[in-house]
Design a protein around this ligand. Structure first.
Ligand SMILES: [Zn+2]
Length: 392
C-alpha cells in the first residue's frame, strides 16, 4: 500500500514528541468518502505551489485561442466550481493538443483540458463529467496529499517541520517533483487509484449539483473505453484496474448523486449540446466510429393518483423503440411492450401500474429503466440504454 494512513502516521509522530502538536494539522478528511488523509501543507502553500506548477505547464503547452472552446470550458468549469462551494482562484484553461485525451487539476483550483478530450466528451454534459472529476481532485486536496506523501518519503519525520514551515526551497522542489514537474516539465504523474475513485465519486455529486445529468459520466467512460488502445491512455485510465470496473463503480454511486440533480429545462437542453470542436474532429476520423449508446435524457418520475409510478424519458437521438424493462426494489421486474419511432429529445413515458407492485404500493428505492431499440439507419443496429431513477 502506498497510502499512509493516519494511524501509522500517529505512531511515527509519537516517536518525535516535540512534533505532537502538529498532529491536528496532519490529519484531514476527504469530502464525501470521509477517508482519512495525511496533509502537511496549508491551503495557502498548496495554492501557491499549484499556481507555480500551472505556470510551468502553461509555458510548455499551447493555450487555445478558440473563443468557442474557451467559453464552453470556462462556463461549465465555473458552474461546477460554484457547486463545490470551495473558494479558490479557479481557472479553467484549454490546451491545444488534439492527440491528448486528457485533463488535469492542480491545487488551488487550476484545471487544464486538452482539446483531444472534446471528441470523447462529445457533449457539454460529457465535458462536465471530466471537469467535475478534476474539481473533485482539488476539493479532496489530492495534490496536497500526494505532496505530503512525497515529503514523508523524502524527509521522513522531519517532513512535518518542513511542511509546516513551507519556506524551505526543498519543499518547492518536492512539490514540483510530486507533480512530476521536476525533471520533465509538463508531464503530470497519474494519481493513485484511491484518489481516482474518490474524484469520480465526488465528481458525480458535483455535476449533479451544477445541473448536469450524472449519467453523462457513464457514457463518457464507455466512450473512453473505446478510445483506449487506439492512443495513449488518458490520465484517468492509467491508474485504474480497467474502465469496466470504473463504470461499475460509477453505476453504483449514481443513486448517491441523483437526488442533487434538479435541472431547469434550459440546463437539460444545454447539457445535450455538442461541443464546438467535437463535430469537426469526428469528421476528420477516417473510419466512422460505431454509434455510441443513446443517452436517456430527463429522469423524472411521478407517483400516479392511482398509486402507480410514471417514468418520463427522452433519448438524445432518433430511434425505433422495441421494448423496455423496469427493475425496481423488492424484486420488481416489469416488461413493457413498446414499439414506436421516437424523435431526438421527444418525451415518452412508461407507467408502472399498481398491480405490478408488491402490495399495490410502489416502494421507494432505485428503479432502473432499460430501453431496447434500433438505430433508424439502414443497418438498424440494435442498442440498449439504461437509466436509474431514485424514487422517494
Ligand atoms: Zn483524475
Amino acid at each position: 500500500m502506498r497510502r499512509i494512513g493516519c494511524v501509522r502516521w500517529e505512531v511515527l509522530v509519537l516517536a518525535v514528541a516535540t512534533l505532537l502538536t502538529a498532529l491536528g494539522a496532519a490529519c484531514a478528511t476527504a469530502p464525501l468518502t470521509q477517508r482519512s488523509q495525511l496533509i502537511l501543507v496549508s491551503r495557502a502553500e498548496e495554492a501557491q505551489l499549484g499556481t507555480q506548477a500551472f505556470d510551468a505547464v502553461s509555458k510548455k503547452g499551447k493555450r487555445s485561442r478558440d473563443p468557442a472552446q474557451i467559453a464552453v470550458v470556462e462556463r461549465i468549469g465555473n458552474r461546477i466550481a460554484a457547486a463545490s462551494g470551495i473558494q479558490a482562484n479557479w481557472e479553467f484553461a484549454v490546451f491545444e493538443d488534439d492527440k491528448t485525451v486528457n485533463a488535469f487539476a492542480l491545487p488551488g483550483g487550476k484545471v487544464g483540458v486538452y482539446t483531444g478530450i472534446f471528441r470523447v466528451a462529445e457533449t457539454e454534459a460529457g465535458l462536465a463529467a471530466v471537469l467535475a472529476h478534476e474539481v473533485g481532485h482539488v476539493m479532496a486536496r489530492h495534490g496536497a496529499e500526494r505532496l505530503s506523501q512525497g515529503l514523508l518519503a523524502q524527509f521522513g519525520a522531519a517532513a512535518i517541520q518542513i511542511g509546516m514551515a513551507g519556506k524551505d526551497p526543498g519543499v518547492t522542489r518536492g512539490v514540483l517533483e510530486a507533480y512530476g514537474l521536476g525533471a520533465t516539465v509538463g508531464v503530470l504523474l497519474p494519481w493513485g487509484r484511491t484518489q481516482e475513485s474518490e474524484a469520480d465519486r465526488i465528481g458525480l455529486v458535483l455535476m449533479a449539483r451544477a445541473g448536469y445529468d450524472p449519467h453523462a459520466a457513464l457514457s463518457l467512460w464507455e466512450r473512453m473505453q473505446k478510445t483506449e488502445g487506439r492512443q495513449r491512455a488518458p490520465e484517468f485510465l492509467s491508474t485504474h484496474p480497467g474502465p469496466g470496473r470504473r463504470i461499475e463503480s460509477i453505476r453504483a454511486w449514481l443513486p448517491e448523486a441523483l437526488p442533487y440533480y434538479r435541472p431547469t429545462p434550459e440546463q437539460v437542453a444545454e447539457g445535450g449540446q455538442f461541443l464546438p470542436a467535437a463535430g469537426t474532429m469526428r469528421r476528420a476520423v477516417a473510419a466512422p466510429a460505431p454509434p455510441s449508446t443513446p443517452a436517456i435524457r430527463e429522469g423524472r418520475w411521478e407517483r400516479e393518483a392511482t398509486a402507480g409510478l410514471r417514468f418520463v424519458f427522452a433519448l438524445d437521438r432518433p430511434v425505433a423503440l422495441q421494448g423496455a424493462e423496469i427493475r425496481g426494489p423488492e424484486g420488481i421486474i416489469y416488461q413493457v411492450f413498446l414499439e414506436a419511432r421516437l424523435e431526438a429529445n421527444q418525451r415518452e413515458a412508461i407507467t408502472l401500474p399498481p398491480e405490478a407492485m408488491p402490495g399495490g404500493v410502489p416502494p421507494a428505492g432505485t428503479y432502473t429503466l432499460t430501453i431496447k431499440g434500433r438505430f433508424p439507419d439502414p443497418a438498424g443496429q440494435p442498442f440498449t440504454a439504461e437509466r436509474a431513477y431514485a424514487v422517494r
